[in-house]
Design a protein around this ligand. Structure first.
Ligand SMILES: *Cc1c(COP(=O)(O)O)cnc(C)c1O
Length: 484
């Protein structure tokens, strides 16, 4: 009887291809500036991903050729210096090696006694120290800020509901729990609240001021009203860097309100929390340390290769009490391969996960945290520079104050109404993207189509922004003639 395995028949052939892959990927990133930022995926390439389920195996060289032809050219473009869309990180080659090693070792983080869990603990300790957060806090490395928010808001619910939510659930309890955030809060927070059975209507969305910060007076009034009407306000969510404009709520005032009313204070610091490391702009994160829980991303402004985020929870006990559940088959032994001190599954929705902490640990060792801080400052200064360039252009108009790393603006011209301006600016963004020149994204502010440049890019140089502004102006003129 012949037995099978998934190991290569020819290890030497696998090794050769592995070396080739490393060579190609290093070359790819080294020359990324020369590539188009983004290009449309041709129909035949899309169609080729509807092929028949492979029944028999293929040669690895054939598979790799297909990757070079059909996958490598059609990525989002976020590794390119001219990518400033949404909030997306750049990544590093050493981080990619981290994924290679982690994946080869194939460690199921989450529980059991193996080294991945100690790397995770180390990274969490470092994150707390970098951010100046409570040393006794617990933490978990997540796939992103969305999962970090689910965890933070779950602990908030369980700690503040006033009854055992894990046991009773919310179905037969007249709990009337309410959460509070601004209209600028990220959609992942609403999804989390929906998932928690609170209901989106009970996530009160408070209006914002001209700086796109939560309106504190309205927040307090809404809470008072809710109490009067029999609701139980349990959690205030603060934005440390909104996704639209990079606005930062008055975190200290939010912390005061939460403290006074015995509510949980959660911060969405997906990218903004890391401004704490910026040599000059660290004041943006003032008040961060007062959060009961905070969601952070590593794959955005920390340039860890996708995916990696983190949640910190000030009360380790509350965090543990929300998720720990130890069945017979996961009994934590004191010796052997099951004898781990910390099981991250006791702090998470998930049990097993990839060894995503290795690349974070490697990157912090490669560069040191101060360099990450300098890069964050560099991007904030880039945003200031771009803001100045826009202010000096007659036909460019800022649409929001630049408070961090996001610049919101549009092309405008005397006599053009909002509808035409919206159309013109949309066309500018789409053509820049489709022609591979730059990838800004867009949003709508006060009814205006807004070109949105969010700089979380360690490859961007100051002069790139000048070239970008000129490209916008050139496009605007071309489009005005041909389309409008
Ligand atoms: C990106 C982002 C999120 C969601 O994070 P993911 O890592 O994409 O899950 C939440 N809040 C803000 C402010 C963000 O920028």
């Amino acid at each position: 009887m012949s037995e099978e395995t998934l190991d290569p028949k020819n290890w030497e052939e696998m090794r050769r291809l592995g070396h080739q892959i490393i060579d190609d990927m290093v070359e790819h990133l080294k020359n990324i500036r020369e590539q188009p930022v983004w290009q449309p995926i041709p129909l035949e390439v899309k169609d080729s991903f509807r092929e028949l389920l492979p029944k028999e195996g293929q040669k690895i060289e054939t598979i790799y050729d297909e990757i070079k032809e059909k996958i490598v050219p059609y990525t989002l473009g976020n590794t390119h210096p001219y990518f400033w869309g949404w909030v997306v990180g750049t990544g590093t080659i050493f981080g990619a090696f981290g994924d290679l090693i982690a994946s080869a070792l194939n460690q199921p983080s989450g529980g059991l006694e193996h080294i991945a869990n100690y790397v995770e603990q180390q990274v969490i300790e470092w994150v707390k120290e970098m951010l100046g957060y409570e040393a006794q806090a617990s933490g978990l490395i997540t796939r992103g800020a969305s999962m970090a928010s689910i965890i933070g808001l779950t602990v908030a619910r369980n700690a503040k509901a006033g009854f055992n939510v894990r046991e009773k659930g919310l179905q037969f309890v007249d709990a009337k729990l309410t959460y509070y955030c601004s209209t600028e809060a990220h959609s992942c927070l609403q999804k989390a609240v929906e998932l928690l059975g609170i209901g989106s209507k009970n996530l009160r969305k408070i209006s914002v001021n001209e700086e796109f910060q939560i309106n504190l007076e309205e927040l307090q009034k809404t809470i008072t009203n809710d109490k009067k009407n029999g609701y139980k306000p349990i959690c205030v969510i603060g934005n440390l860097g909104t996704v639209n404009t990079g606005a930062v709520d008055d975190l200290n005032s939010l912390a005061d309100i939460a403290e006074r009313l015995n509510m949980w204070f959660h911060i969405d610091g997906a990218f903004g929390a890391l401004t704490k490391l910026a040599p000059e702009s660290h004041h943006l994160a003032d008040g961060l340390e007062r959060a009961d829980s905070i969601a952070i991303d590593f794959h955005k402004w920390f340039h860890i290769n996708y995916a990696a985020g983190c949640v910190l929870v000030k009360s380790q006990r509350d965090h543990y009490d929300s998720f720990a559940l130890v069945p017979e088959y996961l009994t934590h032994s004191t010796r052997g391969a099951g004898g781990a001190e910390i099981w991250f599954s006791d702090y998470s929705v998930e049990l097993s996960g990839e060894f995503k902490t290795l690349k974070i640990w490697m990157s912090l060792k490669e560069h040191g945290f101060e360099k990450f801080g300098r890069l964050i400052e560099q991007n904030i200064q880039h945003a200031k520079y771009l803001t100045e360039l826009i202010k000096n252009e007659e036909n460019l108009e800022l649409l929001a104050p630049t408070s961090m790393n996001i610049v919101c603006f549009r092309f405008r011209k005397e006599g053009m109404d909002q509808e035409r301006l919206n159309k013109l600016n949309e066309e500018i963004v789409l053509q820049l993207q489709e022609q591979g020149l730059a990838v800004p994204s867009h949003t709508t502010l006060n009814g205006n189509y807004t070109i949105r440049v969010a700089i979380t890019n360690h490859r961007t140089k100051r002069e790139d922004l000048k070239i970008f502004v000129n490209a916008v102006k050139r496009k605007a003129e071309e489009i005005e003639i041909t389309i409008l």
